[in-house]
Design a protein around this ligand. Structure first.
Ligand code: HQG
Length: 181
């Protein structure tokens, strides 16, 4: 059906626009933009149903609003989640007093010792509510959720960024600001 197909295409787009553009022989500029026509042509080699209208539909309907077009629609990028070092011009933002991080239970010993590290990505990803965090954690196994004392981090000078799709990003979260729920 149409819906699972779009999900599959969106997953493939995440791989290309966040991690491995070389998979389809394209590059990203330093702000993470890919040429939309090149992306469509590249994806089309693996998935012949790919088209401009399908790309627009994916961007419009993606359940986490993962992608954005530039103003004239010639370029496209992922809003967050990159492992390759691009600057998507994230705005600094004032976080709510508490944020959440969902992870797997098996990572908690390490997190309690080292705090949250970005691992393969550019930033640690934080969620605005516990339920979202639990979902994020479930991707990795039996979930565990941490409360992040964002108010105290702000007082201590940490900078938070908010991606256009509402994900909170920060370089690291030392263990002293974490409380396991
Ligand atoms: C864990 C999805 C051991 C961290 C989601 C996480 C998100 C540590 C894993 C976005 C650690 C990295 C990102 C430490 C952190 N020791 N483990 N010191 N510090 N970790 O996938 O946050 O659907 O790179 O807890 O919704 O799970 O792709 O990060 O479990 O927004 O759009 O290391 O990806 O969005 O895993 O997910 P990930 P994440 P999309």
């Amino acid at each position: 059906g149409t819906t699972p197909n779009l999900t599959k295409l969106s997953k493939f787009m995440s791989l290309i626009l966040r991690h491995k553009p070389e998979t389809i022989g394209i590059t990203l500029d330093r702000h993470g933009w890919a040429d939309a026509s090149a992306l469509i042509a590249g994806i089309g080699k693996e998935y012949p149903t790919m088209s401009r209208s399908m790309l627009e539909k994916i961007v419009r309907t993606d359940n986490k609003q993962r992608y954005s077009f530039n103003e004239d629609g010639t370029k496209i990028r992922a809003n967050q989640g990159h492992s390759i070092p691009v600057d998507v011009e994230l705005p600094e933002a004032e976080p709510p007093r508490t944020l959440y991080h969902g992870t797997a239970q098996r990572f908690t010993t390490s997190i309690d010792a080292e705090g949250l590290l970005p691992q393969s990505r550019l930033y640690v990803h934080l969620s605005p509510d516990e339920q979202t965090a639990r979902k994020v954690g479930s991707r990795h196994g039996e979930p565990a959720v941490y409360l992040v004392d964002a108010a105290r981090m702000r007082r201590d000078g940490y900078v938070f960024y908010r991606s256009v799709n509402g994900v909170w990003l920060i370089k690291t979260v030392p263990a002293r600001y974490l409380h396991r729920l």
